[in-house]
Design a protein around this ligand. Structure first.
Ligand SMILES: Nc1nc2c(c(=O)[nH]1)N[C@H]1C(S)=C(S)[C@@H](COP(=O)(O)O)O[C@H]1N2
Ligand SMILES: [Mo]
Length: 554
């Protein structure tokens, strides 16, 4: 670049009119291109480090870690499982705004603009390395991306520096010939800059960035394909203690009510992972250690498969499930009994004098989940699960190994992508969600949900099946009742009981009359406790209240 053609003091030749606007637009574009380059380069570096270390993912994760429960609840309620997509789009929009601002800043201070990019990169790097399971190396994608972007922005900004005093005849080159149309600013030589140079450099940079980004994504995809193949190659041994066959009639087969066993693809997913961890079963290890562990152990995936496998139907529920909400699902799990492993390691529950009352499970992505030792060792089927509905765990649901404990909400029991189990006390350690105001202990509350008719449906008068599910894991459902417009309660017909750890379907044939009606449901569990009508929100230990549906019978 022939710097002698540029002035050092931009303000002296401050452009005006159309040229000024063009310069501003180009500067903004330069900022956007630099941001794009940063993301693309970072993606390429992340392919070498790990996908989770990419800046958008890392910043998103850091945001999730710091999101107040009320906001998290709002996000889950309004965006459901697309809350993560919304978050990532939000980050990209903010980044774009920042990029435009920084681009414009370069018009006044070239170096300041580039420095701002480095600062932003430092924030991304800190977010990546500062995640619960973050490593120093995770800072690399953001750092390299920011360095490249800062250099690029500085270079592009150079192309926007106006030429020194206009040539004797504005719009003409020294030889007197007209300026090439796409070269220097055609209109009003005052403030003209190297348009052509900018466009060429910007185009080349955008193309190179896209290339790096695509290459990065390809590399990441091929790594994932490798792990997927290793999952595909797994055959789970037949369980030595199979689940009892589902009693006929567990599934009432009513339209509008999901199947008794929720297919994996339809199973709700709740976690903080923006990138689903892809753990290779071959290199997976689980360490069991801590207070009162006489014989710490480290197990591999095959070690689990070589043990006695049990198969159980267990209904999972999220504490963030609103009354009537979708975050509940029932699956047939295969795994090893966690209590057996703990006993072999020398662990005793508090009731037998053990010093630890809390199991803290840690996932590969830094989630921590605290479960009462007593619950895990009280005889219930607390599993280290390796299979879900006849296949290895799906990646979304914790492959290769997760915990499943009947009767406890997921955030205090169901650690996915588990890699470490530490025996400790509730006094000594607060797990991830407990630090964020959720309760230390959270047994699942007795709840019921109307799945059909849907809210504001308009069925015809006559017999209308009102149906849904009810759950009170590890206590079992004894009765479900429905009432119309606050009238008397009617006992619903229950689906056959598959065990105390699963939900039950229910149906009540409603002789529906024309008009506006409110349907309400309540369940009673096998301890005799009836679901309370008191409405409380999900924080800190699960929502209560009766689910109601308003319909218009025609
Ligand atoms: N590693 C990890 N495990 C996790 C979570 C998480 O965010 N990270 N979320 C928990 C919560 S809140 C619930 S409700 C269950 C949901 O399990 P699912 O996504 O398989 O339905 O997983 C639990 N295990
Ligand atoms: Mo949850």
């Amino acid at each position: 670049m022939s710097t002698d053609r540029y002035v050092s003091q931009e303000r002296e030749a401050a452009p005006s009119g159309p040229s000024r606007r063009t310069r501003a637009a180009f500067a903004a574009l330069g900022g956007l291109i630099a941001a794009f380059a940063a993301l693309c380069v970072a993606e390429l570096v992340a392919a070498a480090v790990r996908p989770e270390a990419g800046p958008v993912t890392a910043v998103g994760g850091a945001v999730i870690d710091r999101t107040p429960p009320a906001v998290k609840d709002f996000a889950v309620r309004n965006f459901g499982t697309s809350d993560k997509l919304v978050l990532q789009l939000g980050i990209l929009v903010l980044l774009a705004v920042f990029a435009v601002t920084v681009g414009l800043l370069t018009l006044r201070h070239r170096a300041a603009g580039a420095a701002a990019v480095l600062l932003f990169g430092a924030a991304g790097a800190a977010a990546a390395a500062g995640r619960p399971e973050g490593r120093a190396l995770d800072a690399l994608p953001s750092a390299v991306g920011a360095l490249v972007a800062a250099g690029l922005l500085y270079m592009l900004a150079g192309r926007l520096t106006p030429y020194a005093a206009p040539s004797p005849a504005a719009g003409e080159t020294e030889s007197g010939a007209p300026a090439p149309a796409c070269g220097q600013a055609g209109a009003g030589g005052q403030g003209a800059f190297d348009r052509r140079g900018f466009v060429l450099a910007a185009t080349a940079a955008a193309a190179a960035s896209a290339g790096a980004g695509i290459l990065g994504r390809r590399l990441q995809a091929s790594q994932l394909a490798g792990v997927s193949a290793s999952r595909g190659a797994i055959t789970l041994p037949a369980p030595s203690s199979p689940a009892a066959p589902l009693p006929g009639g567990a599934d009432l087969g009513i339209r509008g009510v999901g199947p008794f066993t929720t297919p994996n693809k339809e199973f709700y997913r709740v976690d903080t992972a923006l990138v689903v961890p892809r753990v290779d079963a071959g290199s997976w290890r689980l360490r069991i250690h801590g207070k009162g562990v006489a014989r710490p152990v480290t197990l591999g995936f095959q070690d689990l498969l070589d043990r006695e496998l049990v198969e159980r139907d267990i209904t999972l529920t999220c504490v963030s499930n609103e009354v009537g909400g979708p975050y509940v699902g029932n699956a047939r799990w295969i795994g090893v009994r966690l209590a057996d492993l703990l006993r072999e390691a020398g662990v005793r529950p508090p009731s037998r004098g053990g010093p630890a009352d809390q199991i803290v499970a840690r996932s590969v992505d830094g989630m921590t989940i605290g479960t009462p030792v007593e619950a895990v060792m009280d005889g219930r089927d607390a599993l280290l699960a390796v299979g879900m509905n006849g296949e290895p765990l799906p990646f979304d649901h914790g492959f290769p190994v997760r915990m499943v404990v009947p009767g406890l909400y997921g955030y205090v029991s169901a650690c996915k992508w588990i890699q470490d189990i530490e025996l400790t006390t509730f006094d000594a350690y607060d797990a991830y969600w407990v630090k964020r105001t959720w309760a230390r202990e959270a047994p699942i509350k007795t709840e019921s949900r109307i799945d059909t008719p849907r809210p504001f449906a308009s069925p015809g008068a006559g017999t209308v099946p009102v149906a849904g599910v009810a759950w009170a894991q590890h206590r079992g459902i004894a009765r479900v009742e429905v009432r119309v417009d606050g009238g008397p309660w009617h006992t619903a017909r229950l689906g056959a009981e598959a065990g105390h750890d699963t939900w039950r379907q229910w149906v009540w044939e409603w002789p529906a009359t024309r008009g506006h009606h409110t349907l309400e449901v309540r369940a009673t569990d096998r301890t005799g406790a009836t679901q309370t009508d008191e409405r409380v929100g999900t924080v800190p230990d699960g929502a209560t209240g009766w689910h109601s549906v308003v319909v218009d019978v025609t």
